[in-house]
Write a protein that binds this ligand. Structure first.
Ligand code: PGA
Length: 255
């Protein structure tokens, strides 16, 4: 469905890596390498790097994002960060529902939905992560899991808000393992995800919504994955920690 009308977006997910000095150095190295990108380029950095990253990315095409935020506006939530705290320092994107948060921090479809609303209400872009585990894939539940995660995340989200949502299909078994989904496997699920969106919001929204693939995407395999008709970018973990590797993926998405 009309891939040519969707601008791809490549987002780095630094996870819990790089202190402020390293963050500044990486962004300074990256800036000239991606300044002519024909795709969106985002960096989702640790909370403590956000102000450094916003300063280093100022005046460039780089979008600075966070990796999570709390759903409440403020209050007694020790250790948490609100969406407005993020926007106040210039953050314009936030990831929600990453599988590491689902696996290690008790994230559920309901809390993903609440965080998504907080991100949207704050005016940011949101990358919503979904993906099945190896056990779920092997027992034939992939589509059921994706349906549950997507419909759960999108509860009470309006058509207008869909403009600021990007999905990331990240099979859990491919994250950080070096085991990428084949282009055909990734395409199959991304196409399914698009039909789910079409079922809820109709054809127009399904045509513009961007769906990234994530899970061991790197400079070598990016081009083939990004050429798939329903894959509109990538969420990049390990390979986003090196400017040259990340820039090569951005270049592949720009072709
Ligand atoms: P990876 O991580 O590229 O290191 O597999 C992707 C992600 O978790 O977003």
């Amino acid at each position: 469905m009309d891939k040519a009308n969707r601008t791809p977006i490549i987002a780095g997910n630094w996870k819990m890596n790089l202190g402020r000095a390293e963050a500044k150095a990486l962004i300074e190295e990256l800036r000239p390498l991606v300044e002519n990108a024909l795709c969106g380029v985002a960096l989702c950095v640790p909370f403590t790097d956000l102000d450094t990253a916003v300063a280093a990315a100022s005046g460039t095409n780089l979008i600075v994002g966070a990796q999570n935020c709390h759903w409440a506006a403020s209050g007694a939530f020790t250790g948490e960060i609100s969406a407005s705290m993020l926007t106040e320092i210039g953050t314009s994107l936030c990831i929600v529902g990453h599988s590491e948060r689902r696996q290690y921090f008790g994230e559920t479809d309901e809390t993903v939905n609440r965080r998504l609303h907080a991100v949207l209400d704050a005016g940011m872009l949101c990358i919503v992560c979904v993906g099945e585990t190896l056990a779920e894939r092997e027992s034939g539940q992939t589509f059921d899991v994706i349906r549950r995660q997507v419909t759960g995340a999108l509860k009470d989200v309006t058509v207008q808000e869909m403009r600021r949502i990007v999905f990331a299909y990240e099979p859990v078994w491919a994250i950080g393992t070096g085991k990428t989904a084949t282009a055909a496997e990734a395409q199959e699920v991304c196409a399914f995800l698009r039909t789910l969106v079409r079922g809820i919001y109709g054809r127009t929204v399904a045509q513009f919504v961007r769906i990234q693939y994530g899970g061991s995407m790197n400079a070598k395999n990016a081009a083939e994955l990004l050429a798939q008709p329903d894959i509109d970018g990538g969420l990049i973990g390990g390979a986003s920690l090196k400017a040259k590797d990340f820039a090569e993926i951005v270049a592949a998405a720009s072709r």
